[in-house]
Design a protein around this ligand. Structure first.
Ligand code: ADP
Length: 390
């Protein structure tokens, strides 16, 4: 009705005063519209602070139950309650946190007007404040997402470690039970009547006990090593040293061990620069393991060779034997913990299947690599490359 009459007039009207007057004619309609549809909380409270009337938005957001309640119940608990007596002065503004029914407190810019029967309170969302809150919410949400992702990652890592731990425990118990049983039987036998055994028999049995104890302590040491490595606790204590000197020192020990089983050991060191920055004990553990395996899997008269050479920025240690070799399809598995391939050693030694798993981790920590070439019934060759500077 009024649109058709008024808008053509308004377009050309430049007299501000007249324009204001014209709008005042429609003030009731505008107020009514916002009272009913605006996202504004309008509440009238009596002098006893009880809610006497409210608009539909106030009821919608604060709940129907507010009628007759104390206005303070509409504010969140941590909201410092303003002094309503003081605030009731005409047009006083402040920010109040309202207890909205959807459980999200909302801050509204609130203006108080004194009326004949109490106070009229008009609360409206403050755009700038809302924007700040929205940004805070988005950043909190992002943080939450990141934390959740991190939690998932840590959880699956924990699951993986827990699986490994259980697997280790299972195998360790099994591996320790067998030697413990045979040690128990031997002890029982000796305890029953030690006088019936000859000196030679006693020395053999004690030798067997000693061997089992040695195996068990090596197994426990390897398990401690691998569990420390798997849980990311390998610390390299590096120093600068000549790896050729190190091999020179080890050569005699390896020759002695090999000769015990009539196996030949031969080490060759090519001309070159073998100064490296590395963890001496850990690299010795790697060479001990691979040479130890090569001797262990060699039969009488066979030869184990070690060749030290340079390969660009790496030193290269090649260890070869003439033992039973490893079937091609099993080669990748020998680096997995507890991998025992049913390849019998000539002297039927026990094995933990942890040595190569530990060696590979140590070599990788030195930015190096281990390669294996093997031909069944002809022998194996392990090539270790270690970067001179890590
Ligand atoms: P362990 O020697 O205690 O069993 P390793 O991790 O050192 O554990 O070796 C894993 C497996 O790899 C061995 O059980 C064996 O089956 C195979 N293997 C390692 N070195 C050799 C070798 N020189 N010749 C034949 N098989 C080998």
């Amino acid at each position: 009705m009024f649109c058709a009459d008024i808008f053509p007039v308004l377009k050309n009207w430049t007299d501000l005063q007249k324009r204001r007057e014209l709008f005042e004619m429609f003030a009731d309609i505008v107020v009514n519209h916002f009272y009913k549809n605006g996202e504004i909380v309008i509440i009238h409270i009596g002098t006893d602070m009880k809610i006497k009337a409210a608009n539909s938005y106030a009821f919608k957001m604060l709940g129907e139950h507010i009628a007759g309640e104390n206005i303070k119940d509409c504010f969140v608990e941590f909201q410092e309650i303003p002094d309503l007596e003081d605030i009731g002065k005409e047009g006083k503004e402040c920010f109040i946190n309202y207890n909205f029914d959807n459980n999200f407190p909302q801050t509204l810019k609130t203006t108080f007007y004194k009326t004949d029967t109490g106070l009229l309170l008009i609360g409206e969302a403050n755009g700038r404040e809302m924007e700040i809150l929205r940004k805070e919410l988005i950043s909190m949400n992002n943080q939450l997402n990141n934390t959740t992702r991190e939690l998932y990652r840590k959880n699956s890592e924990l699951e993986r470690l827990n699986k490994i731990k259980n697997q280790f425990l299972g195998i360790a118990c099994h591996d320790l039970r067998t030697p413990l049983n045979s040690m128990g039987l031997l002890c029982e036998m000796l305890k029953d009547d030690i006088s019936v055994f000859t000196e030679e028999e006693l020395s053999r049995y004690l030798g067997m006990l000693e061997e089992q104890i040695k195996f068990m302590s090596e197994l426990v040491k390897d398990m401690l090593d691998i569990s420390a490595i798997e849980s990311g606790a390998m610390i390299l204590r590096t120093e600068r040293y000549d790896f050729a000197d190190e091999i020179g020192k080890l050569e005699q020990t390896y020759s002695m061990i090999a000769s015990k089983w009539d196996v030949k050991f031969n080490a060759v060191i090519n001309e070159g620069d073998y100064l490296i920055q590395a963890d001496r004990n850990k690299l010795k553990q790697v060479v001990d393991n691979i040479v130890g395996n090569a001797i262990k899997y060699s039969d009488k008269g066979q030869e184990v060779k070690l060749l030290l050479s340079e390969d660009g920025e790496n030193i290269k240690i090649t260890i070869s034997d003439e033992g039973p070799g490893i079937p091609e399809h099993l080669i990748a598995d020998i680096f997995k913990p507890f991998s025992r391939m049913h390849i019998e050693t000539p002297r039927k030694e026990q094995s933990s299947g942890l040595g190569l798993a530990i060696s590979e981790k140590i070599v990788k920590a030195h930015k190096g690599s281990i390669e294996v070439k093997s031909v069944e019934c002809e022998g194996s060759e392990f090539v270790v490359r270690i970067c001179k500077k890590i």
